[in-house]
Design a protein around this ligand. Structure first.
Ligand code: HEC
Ligand code: HEC
Length: 252
């Protein structure tokens, strides 16, 4: 090695070290493909392609099996791409890409063996990966997202059960316990309003039951303010009737 060559190699090395991080940065910026692009350009055509070829009697010749091999290979590759370049935001995403890679590999293997049944089973697994990720990431959460189930299990069920328990026997033991009962009645009353909002009410049975819930919970509260256990029990009976009248028609 001449001295001149050694200097040149040294220079290149220095430039590479200095430019290295810059180059990596430039490469990331240059990697312009969005997740939407991957979906439109890879997933839609290659998933659709496999689906078409597996229809009816399945792939009709070697060329058709070759096409499946190609489709599956690209979907497997996509299962890697979706984990790169800061694309993966969560465990759900990572697991879906794992299923995608495994399902695509299994389709690939079945296509290599020209085994239609195995290919169809693997294609099902592959397709489940699409749904698992889309359920979360193609489904934006609206500003107001409590469904009726959330209102029931988070408000109606616990507050109704707590009142039922509190009025057993001699009823609430002290002022604080009566105050708690009032709060529980207030939350059930509020639920009677919430059940009418945000397009939740489908019919008159529903709106009548919600109205009964509001008025019965109000009666519970009025009686609780006077610490009148007999009247609280009576109003609570009406309150649970309101639950039942809606459930009879609307709870599956
Ligand atoms: C790990 C997550 C993930 C997996 C797995 C996944 N997708 Fe997607 N997909 C997305 C996201 C996120 C979007 C929304 C992209 C956007 O609009 O920016 C999307 C959007 C799409 C779209 C709409 C593209 C458009 O903008 O028109 C199609 C079609 C699609 N996916 C097909 C599929 C198919 C078929 C599969 C299974 C083979 C699949 N995806 C698997 C995350 C995923
Ligand atoms: C105006 C209608 C309506 C009223 C009033 C109502 N519910 Fe419900 N409730 C429903 C519907 C609809 C469901 C089924 C929700 C679902 O699973 O999507 C349900 C489900 C439930 C469930 C099962 C949890 C679930 O969603 O899986 C409980 C517990 C429940 N309600 C308790 C109550 C109690 C206690 C009251 C009275 C204080 C009450 N509900 C009043 C409509 C009502």
């Amino acid at each position: 090695m001449t001295k001149e060559m050694a200097v040149r190699i040294g220079l290149v090395a220095v430039v590479a070290i200095v430019a290295g991080p810059v180059l990596v940065f430039a490469q990331d910026k240059g990697r312009v493909t969005s997740v939407g692009d991957i979906m439109k350009g890879i997933h839609k055509p290659h998933h659709g392609g496999i689906g078409e070829l597996l229809k009816g009697d399945g792939p009709k010749d070697d060329a058709a099996w070759q096409q499946i091999l190609l489709h599956a290979a690209l979907l497997n590759e996509s299962g890697h791409l979706l984990m790169q370049n800061d694309r993966c935001p969560s465990k759900v995403w990572a697991e879906a890409t794992g299923t995608l890679r495994a399902g695509a590999s299994a389709v690939h293997e079945a296509a290599g063996n020209k085994d239609v049944e195995a290919a169809r089973a693997a294609f099902k697994t592959l397709t489940s990966a699409c749904g698992a990720c889309h359920k979360v990431y193609r489904n934006p959460l609206p500003d107001r997202f409590a469904n009726v189930h959330a209102l029931m299990s988070g408000i109606n069920q616990p507050n109704c059960a707590a009142i039922g328990k509190a009025i057993k026997g001699d009823g609430p033991a002290d002022d604080k316990a009566w105050q708690t009962l009032l709060t529980q009645a207030a939350l059930l009353n509020e639920a009677g309003h919430l059940l009418m909002q945000n397009d939740r009410c489908p019919d008159a049975v529903w709106s009548n039951a919600a109205a009964s819930l509001r008025s019965a919970s109000r009666q519970v509260a009025l009686a609780a303010r006077g610490q009148n256990l007999v009247n609280v029990k009576k109003a609570f009976g009406d309150l649970t009737k309101a639950c039942g009248s809606c459930h009879k028609a609307h709870k599956k």
